[in-house]
Structures are given as structure tokens and as C-alpha cells.
Design a protein around this ligand. Sequence first.
Ligand SMILES: Nc1ncnc2c1ncn2[C@@H]1O[C@H](COP(=O)(O)OP(=O)(O)OP(=O)(O)O)[C@@H](O)[C@H]1O
Ligand SMILES: O=C(O)[C@@H]1CCC(=O)N(CCc2ccc(Cl)cc2)[C@H]1c1ccccc1Cl
Length: 323
Amino acid sequence: TAEEWQEQGAAVMTRQEIDASGKPQLRTVKKGVKDFNFGRTLGEGSYSTVLAATDRQNLKEYAIKVLDKRHIIKEKKVKYVNIERDTLNRLTEHPGIVRLYYTFQDERSLYFVLDLASGGELLGVLKKMGSFDVECTRFYGAQILDSIAYMHTRGVIHRDLKPENVLLDSDMFVKITDFGTAKILPNPKPNGADDPGNPTDGAADDRAMSFVGTAEYVSPELLRDKNACKASDLWAFGCIIFQLLAGRPPFKAANEYLTFQKILALEYTFPPGFPELARDLVERLLVLEPANRLPVEQIMSHRFFEGIKWGKDLWRHKAPRLK
Ligand SMILES: Nc1ncnc2c1ncn2[C@@H]1O[C@H](COP(=O)(O)OP(=O)(O)OP(=O)(O)O)[C@@H](O)[C@H]1O
Ligand SMILES: O=C(O)[C@@H]1CCC(=O)N(CCc2ccc(Cl)cc2)[C@H]1c1ccccc1Cl
């Protein structure tokens, strides 16, 4: 449609563009700061400010993440910026992933024009509620898992999944964000079976970036041998399901070191009254050996998700009222 055309960063064809051979030369018009009215600050990151903004042409609302170039360079985070752009450019066809529409820059800053997730962070909603009931946990767990499944099929491991990085849009649907610390898997060898438990060969770049996710959600393999794999995201998923129902993450101690010890010792307990089916699912995800964790397909068919219609349907029906 004309709007999609508009959205593709409209290739503007003007008369003088038609060259000598009479063939029209397409020239795409790059969006810039002037094309937006900037509004309220949605939040601040260590290297970024995220602002609400309206496209002056199509009046659409976006979140624009602004990064200060000097700060990025000083903090040696250029690699993260390029990884965030590369992963977002790969993950464009899923409702559960924050979509990147345009990038542009001026002398001082870099700009990422993203989906606006006006419902805030899942963590904020969870804190307000205390904990979720089974119906809400099942819905949000399903949308998060559906998004993880898409990421993994596109060869991306998030590596820092946590309720702060699960944003919510105006329909209170999931929008996963924060891909600066993601890992893009090398294209699978034509004959090589894609083994989810296999640690990636990203060890080198991890050591270079000495990246570790957020303490409470870090997987044992990342702590032990600094290697993350697809199953590392499923460990974090298990922590999130636990936290939605219990109102607290499974591994939490006075400091990071003690939290890491609990993770490596698989030291966690379910609160009384924790729903049985959810408990069974969590116990099959919080497993020290990545290859022994339930793979995505088996999580989807676990009885905790009974009644969930996977695929498009999951994104068509209203979110359950958070009670
Ligand atoms: N697409 C978005 N829509 C609405 N709010 C957003 C969006 N992206 C980020 N935010 C909010 O802006 C804040 C900053 O996000 P940003 O991703 O820039 O940094 P961060 O990842 O939270 O912090 P850090 O870089 O330290 O990890 C966050 O609190 C987040 O909730
Ligand atoms: O990939 C892109 O979209 C362009 C390609 C051309 C380009 O110069 N950049 C910016 C590269 C860059 C990254 C970090 C710093 Cl501190 C400065 C420049 C990229 C860029 C522009 C705007 C926002 C993000 C990015 Cl990565």
C-alpha cells in the first residue's frame, strides 16, 4: 500500500532523476531528526536516551533511541551498537520483537527509530501486581516463548532476557528489546545439524567483550565456560516463568557472587502453592546441562501451555486483564 511504500523510507522519484537513457533513477530519502517531533523521555540507558517521537509526515508514533557518539567511543561500546543494529535488522517479521524502522545520525548522535512500547516494562507491571496468576503467566510466557523461537530460527541468541527487557505495547502485548548483547550465530553449515545445546564458537568475541548478562538470569554455562547457546535463553525463560508466578526470581542473593553460587549449585526453592504444571516446566528448564533443557518445541507442547494456539493466533486475541 501507499503507506508501506511510505514506510520503506519512500524512494522518491523526481523528474530530473530520469537519466539520459530515460530510465528513472530511484533515490531514497533518508529520514533525519527534522522529520520527527520529539516528545517525552521514555527512559535512560547507560549509553542512550529513549524519546517518544512522531513522524511529521505520517503522524506515526515511535520510540527513538539516541546514543551519544563520544560516550559510545569513550566507553568502547561501538561493537554493541553494531550488534544491536545487525540483530534488529535480522528480526523484522515478528510482533514480539521491537522493530527497527530507520537508523540515521548527525555529527553528535546515532538514532534508532523503533516501535513504541507504551506499556512500559513487564518488570514494572509485575512489581505493581506482586505476581501473576496462571492465566496471565501462560499468556505472557507464550508470547515471550514465541518470540524466542523466532529469534533462534533467525540465528540470534538474546543472552540477556529478563523482565526489564520485555516491554509491552499499547495492547499490552510483548515487545522484546535490548539486543546490543545478543549473539548472531554463524550461518549453519549446510550438513551440520543445528544443535541448540551446542555452545557457540562466540567464545572469542565474548572474551573480548567479557560480556555476562544480568546476575539473576545468567545461565550456568555462561558462568562456567563463558559460552552461551540457544538453551541459555531457555534458562532465562525458566527464570522468568518462575518470577511471574512467585513474584521473585529463583536465584537471588545479597550480591552477584552469591547469586552465581546459587545458580551453579542449582539452589532454589518453590514457594508454597506454586502451581504444579508450572513447577514441572520450570524444573525441566532450570537444568545445569544446556543440552538437557527442554527444547522450544517441547516447551510449547508442555501441559502448562495447554490451550495456547501458537503462531498468528497468539497475537490476535486480547491480552488477559492483569489481575
Ligand atoms: N522501544 C521502546 N519503547 C518504549 N520504551 C523503551 C523502548 N526502548 C527502551 N525503552 C525504555 O528506555 C529505557 C532505556 O532503554 P535502553 O535500551 O536505551 O537502555 P537499557 O538497555 O535499558 O539500559 P542499559 O543500556 O544500561 O542496558 C528503558 O528503561 C526502557 O524501558
Ligand atoms: O548501519 C547503519 O545504519 C549506519 C551505517 C553507516 C554509519 O556510519 N553508522 C554509524 C556507525 C557508527 C557507530 C558508532 C559510532 Cl560511536 C559512530 C558511528 C551506522 C549507524 C547509523 C545510525 C545509527 C546506528 C548505526 Cl550503526
